[in-house]
Design a protein around this ligand. Structure first.
Ligand code: GLV
Ligand code: MN
Ligand code: MN
Length: 425
């Protein structure tokens, strides 16, 4: 049975999800590239809803949209909740959007029931969280905190070759404002940041507990492009001992790392390892021994030491295999995103809010990365609510039940309603 909060938001949330899916449909999934016209279109649609609700709307220099419901005491720092509007290429509709719509549902409930919160409540809609386009995650939130770097801005788009700087500029924002080390908004005016997100894994969906309270978020060490250079040769005329096959060298490295991964898991490490992109050269052919292959690497863990250790192992294995096979592995710059241990008191507040709302919740870590890390790393109390979803994520088949979403949104609403006047340190 739905609670009054859930009933009130059922059709609203469903319509918003459907509308945004429709406008960003791309084959069987959705594509909402960060800093694209599509992302702007989605934000404009959501801004319109904010306007209808009478929220105060501001866009920061990084293009993120802040929609505020004024509180009784406007001197108090605001409680901020939201997530990202972009998606991976041909991804699912809920990754990111669920967090925005949960935050918006809470604002709508307050407006429609005439509830005035003690402090300002702000729905934050962020741009480009996904790394799929440029290899860098959290671009919108890093931009707003002034933490992008020149190296980040020089990263090239996965297919059109434009730099991140050019892409941000074309979207109407000045990338140079985002690398100063200074936030483009007053972070002192944020009492806490709360992000609801689909789990993107199977843990919640495999039990009757549909809501998670996040304890930590995995960081990642990544290479967008590692090149293995061998020697192109005739695939029939050249015998094994004369070959320097780049693909087989890469395959050996991948296999070795997979074995180490098992070993580290047996020892109790938190670790995942992915080679998500592999390309041989454009002139590769069935009858040619490949002289070059490029691939990406994504190492993730809740612990920095594990990230460092596994990355060191990757480099040393690549060197060994290179020497043995007469090939060379060339690594591009390492892209680092730190893991985050979630703010204890704030996550406890979320857990207690679930109990108060009589919604079953379990504490769990997040395998995926989230903008929450950026706020948490700056010392802003930041925490997350997970909602069960089906068929994983970062794929067009991702699904979520609106009833589960509404349970998570109700935990958020309860946490907002009971947030201490003096804040959470
Ligand atoms: C975020 O989407 C991630 O890749 O973890
Ligand atoms: Mn994602
Ligand atoms: Mn996400």
């Amino acid at each position: 049975m739905l609670t009054p909060f859930q009933e009130h938001n059922y059709n609203f949330a469903k319509k918003c999800f459907d509308d945004v899916r429709e406008m960003s449909k791309d084959g069987i999934g959705v594509s909402r590239q960060g800093y694209s016209a599509m992302e702007t279109k989605v934000l404009d649609y959501l801004k319109n809803i904010g306007q209808e609700l009478g929220l105060e709307i501001a866009t920061d220099k990084a293009g993120n949209v802040w929609m505020t419901l004024p509180g009784k005491n406007r001197d108090l720092p605001a409680l901020v909740s939201g997530s990202h509007a972009d998606s991976v290429p041909q991804g699912g509709n809920y990754d990111g959007l669920a967090g925005i719509l949960a935050a918006l549902s809470v604002a709508k409930w307050m407006k429609d029931t005439g509830y005035v919160p003690e402090r300002d409540y702000t729905v934050l809609m962020m741009r480009m969280e996904e790394s799929s386009w440029f290899g860098k995650c959290y671009v919108g939130s890093l931009g707003l905190t002034g933490q992008l770097t020149e190296k980040d801005l020089a990263l090239k788009h996965r297919s059109n070759g434009k730099t991140l700087a050019e892409t941000i500029r074309e979207c109407g924002f000045n990338p140079d404002d985002l690398t100063t080390g200074k936030p483009v908004v007053d972070l002192g005016k944020i009492a806490a940041f709360l992000e609801l997100h689909i789990e993107q894994g199977a843990t919640l969906d495999s039990s009757d507990i549909r809501v998670g309270i996040v304890t930590g978020i995995r960081g990642n060490f990544r290479h967008k492009t590692i090149k293995c250079i061998g020697e192109t040769a005739h695939s029939g005329a050249v015998d094994k001992q004369f070959r320097h096959d780049a693909v087989l060298a890469m395959a050996e490295l991948a296999y070795k790392m997979d074995c180490y991964w098992d070993e580290w898991l047996r020892k109790g490490a938190d670790l995942v390892f992915t080679i998500g992109v592999v390309h041989t050269s454009p002139t590769s052919a069935i009858a040619i021994v490949p002289g070059e292959v490029s691939f990406s690497v994504d190492i993730r863990s809740l612990h920095r030491k594990t990230l460092e250790g596994f990355h060191d192992l990757l480099l040393s294995e690549a060197k060994k295999i290179g020497e043995k096979r007469g090939v060379k592995f060339e690594f591009d710059d390492l892209i680092v995103s730190e893991p985050l241990e979630i703010h204890g008191e704030l996550s406890e507040h979320l857990y207690k809010s679930a109990q108060a709302a009589e919604i079953k919740a379990r504490r769990m870590p997040s395998g995926a990365g989230h903008d929450t890390v950026v706020f948490g790393k700056l010392g802003i109390p930041a925490a997350m609510i997970f909602v069960a979803n089906q068929k994983g994520s970062h794929n067009p088949h991702e699904e979520m039940k609106i009833e589960d979403f509404l349970q998570g949104a109700e935990v958020l609403w309860t946490a907002v309603k009971t947030f201490p006047v003096n804040g959470i340190k």
